[in-house]
Design a protein around this ligand. Structure first.
Ligand SMILES: C[S@@+](CC[C@H](N)C(=O)[O-])C[C@H]1O[C@@H](n2cnc3c(N)ncnc32)[C@H](O)[C@@H]1O
Length: 254
């Protein structure tokens, strides 16, 4: 972040829904983005920059899935990565994001209204796909996290198959999430995927995960994917704000 032009503090307005299943409703997101200018799910770029930049080159083509009103693309741009495409299902988020980036002069960044379950891109066209908190939306109504509902599983697989399809043969999927390895790995590790699986954690009291999936690098022991820094699991409400707690509890309580 440029110290001379600090970003304003993320805003938290009265946008928290009554139940977590609202996060599956596109109208909820449109209404929310109509009144909220900036909210950063989980953590901002400064917390995981070191984990993702090692996988991104300055000329990498990047797809950000479910950009919302996050400033992840602005931060990548400021780090010299300009071939960026952001998508979101919310037309309100897309219009506001386009306006914001245009005002800042970040005119190369493309912003499109699109559904992550049906990505409107050709096969093998991105070096990196990144998402932060977007796949998590699909889990908010999953029921038993150890045995998600068929609809949850089929949506998660549709998303992952789309991501895998649009990645170049040695492309990388970066997924930043609450979701713990025991709940994410069964999906990432489905036989249709050729990617290897690893993860890192970040955050202080509460740990977040950054999964790094490298297409074309799957090994026979993917099922035992390298375990790196997996924290003990805690569910302390005090460590999360109210909204993060609501978002999380439905899909990864132990
Ligand atoms: C939890 S927010 C995360 C926003 C942003 N990535 C961040 O880190 O702050 C989830 C985002 O996913 C978007 N979204 C939900 N379902 C989607 C879908 N099917 N396709 C694309 N975006 C979707 C929502 O509109 C929202 O912007």
């Amino acid at each position: 972040m440029d110290p001379k032009h600090p970003e304003p503090e993320p805003q938290k307005t009265e946008v928290i829904p009554a139940t977590a299943s609202a996060y599956l409703d596109p109208n909820y997101w449109d209404q929310r983005f109509a009144e909220e200018e900036h909210y950063e799910w989980f953590k901002d770029y400064s917390h995981f920059r070191h984990l993702i930049l090692q996988h991104i080159k300055s000329d990498s083509s990047i797809l950000e899935v479910g950009c919302g009103n996050s400033q992840l693309s602005d931060e990548l741009y400021r780090d010299g990565i300009t071939d960026l495409t952001c998508i979101d299902l919310s037309s309100v988020a897309v219009e506001k994001m386009k306006r914001r980036l245009f005002t800042k002069g970040y005119k190369e960044i493309k912003v499109l209204e699109a559904d992550m379950l049906d990505l409107p891109f050709e096969d093998e066209c991105f070096d990196v796909v990144i998402e932060k908190g977007t796949m998590d939306v699909l889990f908010v109504d999953s029921g038993d996290p150890w045995n998600p509902k068929p609809e949850t599983s089929s949506n998660v697989m549709a998303m992952l198959q789309g991501v895998h399809r649009v990645l170049k043969p040695h492309g990388i999927f970066l997924s930043i999430t609450f979701g713990q390895p025991h709940f994410r790995r069964p999906f990432f590790n489905a036989p249709v995927f050729t990617w290897s699986i690893e993860w890192r954690t970040f955050g202080d009291g509460f740990h977040y995960f950054c999964y790094i999936l490298k297409k074309g690098k799957r090994s026979l022991d993917n099922g035992d994917a390298a375990k790196v820094d997996v924290p003990s699991i805690s569910l302390y409400h005090e460590e999360l704000d109210d909204e993060s707690y609501l978002f999380r509890t439905n899909f990864d309580e132990m």
